[in-house]
Design a protein around this ligand. Structure first.
Ligand SMILES: *Cc1c(COP(=O)(O)O)cnc(C)c1O
Length: 370
């Protein structure tokens, strides 16, 4: 006999991360280069300023970090024009999604999200034994009107990833403005802006406006994407001080480590790294679009650093064919898309290898069909 976990825990399907390069090389015995285009990491790597700060911090690793993340929060508060009390740092921004669930969801409360949104909120709702309400998307993005209609007295959290992951689509400023005008005050709206720093589109909402207008919003950002620090696990949230205080109550001590705090602080100053990363992303996006078009693979124009592509066959087949050729992509079955892959935009060389692999795979697929 074994101890029995809570029934809602039994229903959780664990988060499936992208495969690490080491594992793929080990399992397939690949000899050539392996490109990981599976987890939306920055293909240009971390900022050099972050690396220098990190190296300097290493000699202090025997000390616990500053629990309050004082310098990082101060720097973020200044950059964003908010009070330090309105900023919280997490062990990755996923941790802040979990904190929101821990702090706000009673059993039987509701969390609303879109079908095809980033999966962490779903896991958080399940952990808390809350009701998960999944609303279908409209034209591949959040259907904000239907989300508003789905809100009840029991709704505590609405989770909006903008852009959506894995779809890469976004809701516009006008639409989100309208949503915030109508959303009831008892609801905490999480706006997850994990890819915001990549976006130049003018109609992309400025989430800080909703914070400044005193809405009950938690804005999430991460250092894992454009800042290239996914391996250190650090992200941050902005909300009214009362909300931040509640999230802080469920936080474990020292949740953001010393190395991560130092590197994140330095990364914020590396404007050149951000510009380079954004440029690389825009150029790479076009390369991927062109290839998908050429082979008539359905894809969604993306506002992030990845492209959602839907193949004519089960994505498992395509995923494995890519993997054999040293390209790790991400099947997104868990999100309800059995034929789709999410492909992170790489360096020019990586994109080229991706297109070469795609060309070979599509030829094989068409060959089999004849
Ligand atoms: C990648 C991603 C995150 C994860 O961020 P971490 O800071 O690495 O935890 C959060 N939200 C969305 C929508 C993402 O795509």
């Amino acid at each position: 006999m074994l101890p029995i976990p809570r029934s809602n825990i039994q229903s959780i399907r664990p988060y499936k991360p992208g495969k690490p390069i080491e594992q793929v090389v080990r399992e397939l015995g690949l000899k050539g280069p392996v490109d990981k285009l599976a987890s939306n990491e920055n293909p240009l790597g971390p900022s050099r300023l972050a690396l220098a700060a990190l190296r300097k911090e290493l000699r202090n690793l025997h000390y616990y970090p500053e629990d309050s993340c004082y310098y990082l929060r101060k720097r973020l508060a200044r950059k964003l024009g908010v009070d330090m009390d309105s900023v919280i740092v997490g062990n990755g921004s996923v941790e802040l999604i979990l904190f929101s669930c821990l702090a706000y969801l009673e059993p039987g409360n509701e969390l609303i999200m879109s079908i095809g949104s980033f999966i962490m909120a779903k896991i958080g709702a399940r952990i808390m034994n809350a009701r998960l309400i999944e609303v279908p998307t409209h034209e591949y993005t959040h259907d904000l009107e239907r989300i508003l209609e789905a809100i009840t007295d029991k709704t505590k959290i609405v989770y909006l990833d903008n852009p959506m992951n894995p779809l890469g689509t976004m809701v516009t400023k006008d639409k989100l403005n309208e949503f915030f005008e109508q959303v009831p005050k008892h609801v905490l709206v999480i706006v997850d802006d994990a890819y915001a720093e990549y976006i130049t589109a003018r109609n992309y909402p400025k989430s800080l406006d909703y914070y400044n207008a005193n809405h009950n919003v938690l804005i999430l950002h991460t250092f894992s994407k454009i800042y290239g620090l996914a391996g250190l696990r650090i992200g941050y949230g902005i909300a009214q001080p009362d909300i931040i205080a509640n999230l802080s109550k469920v936080r474990l001590p020292f949740n953001a480590n010393r190395a991560a705090q130092a590197a994140a602080l330095a990364a914020l100053d590396d404007k050149a790294h951000l510009t380079r990363s954004r440029k690389n992303n825009e150029a790479g996006k076009k390369v991927l679009y062109r290839a998908f078009k050429q082979f008539k693979v359905f894809y969604l124009p993306s506002f992030a650093n990845f492209v959602f592509a839907n193949f004519p066959v089960d994505s498992r087949v395509v995923f494995e064919a890519f993997q054999q050729r040293g390209v790790i992509t991400r099947p997104v079955k868990q999100y309800g898309f059995p034929n789709a892959l999410r492909v992170t935009i790489g360096t020019p060389v990586q994109n080229k290898r991706f297109v070469k692999a795609l060309t070979a795979i599509m030829k094989e697929l068409h060959g089999e069909g004849q």
